[in-house]
Ligand binder design. Sequence first.
Ligand SMILES: Nc1ncnc2c1ncn2[C@@H]1O[C@H](COP(=O)(O)OP(=O)(O)O)[C@@H](O)[C@H]1O
Ligand SMILES: [Mg+2]
Length: 262
Amino acid sequence: MPATPLIAYAHVGKSFDNGRVVAVDDVSLDVAEGEFLAVVGGSGSGKTTLLRLANRLIEADRGQIAVEGEDVSRVDPILLRRRIGYVFQSGGLFPHLTVAGNIGITPRLLGWPQAEISARVDELLDLVRLDRAQHRDRLPHELSGGQRQRVGVARALAAKPRIVLMDEPFGALDPLTRDALGDDYRTLHRELGLTTVMITHDMTEALLLADRVAVMRGGRLLALGSAAELARNTDGYVGELLRTPRRQAERLGALLPRDGTA
Ligand SMILES: Nc1ncnc2c1ncn2[C@@H]1O[C@H](COP(=O)(O)OP(=O)(O)O)[C@@H](O)[C@H]1O
Ligand SMILES: [Mg+2]
């Protein structure tokens, strides 16, 4: 692993309701430059809180978080958020702004000249494989779920961040769309040299897309590793999470002929 991680959590904790709810509990975790990390875990396990602590949408109570080597508590949170891409679960698009308006929002806030923003929007539409002429001026409600998520990804990439955080970006989509978007995003991650942290509740998706998977439970980081490393983990909950992908792989292996000709 490279010397300086792009995101480093050290003994990070966050509680809500005057300490009654411990959302994130003493988590230490390094994300290397260029890494694709998936975060899995049940509902309420602290995934979203952990992600949002990195760009200070939520402030940590304890521990330290460094992004690109800088302690985030010493960085202006607005400037921090402008240099980290963020993809929301539901797309999180501004409903009254067109596709172009949504994608260009961060460059506009950063004061880019209009012509540059416009060129960047076109470039990003190509990147996420949406036809420029057809989609540029549409409103979010005129798009399919998959198209909205593509716009969400384009918007997150607009100001050329090195880091992209994604909170269940493809969770609400049908399996085929989800698979296509996951593959497309994985390609972008590699080609643009991004560092990505993606939350998903789907262990199969996590194993297929990510370099390493972090397993959260009750606010704690229960396990962290590649697919092979997780497979060797003896924790019962980790085993339970791996059961579905294992069973799917076995069934498909038995059903599909090896040479791919049906
Ligand atoms: N703003 C908040 N106020 C109070 N409790 C919260 C808040 N945000 C999250 N929580 C609680 O913290 C825990 C972790 O939540 P979250 O990080 O959203 O989990 P996940 O994304 O894994 O579903 C849950 O018990 C949740 O109810
Ligand atoms: Mg969540």
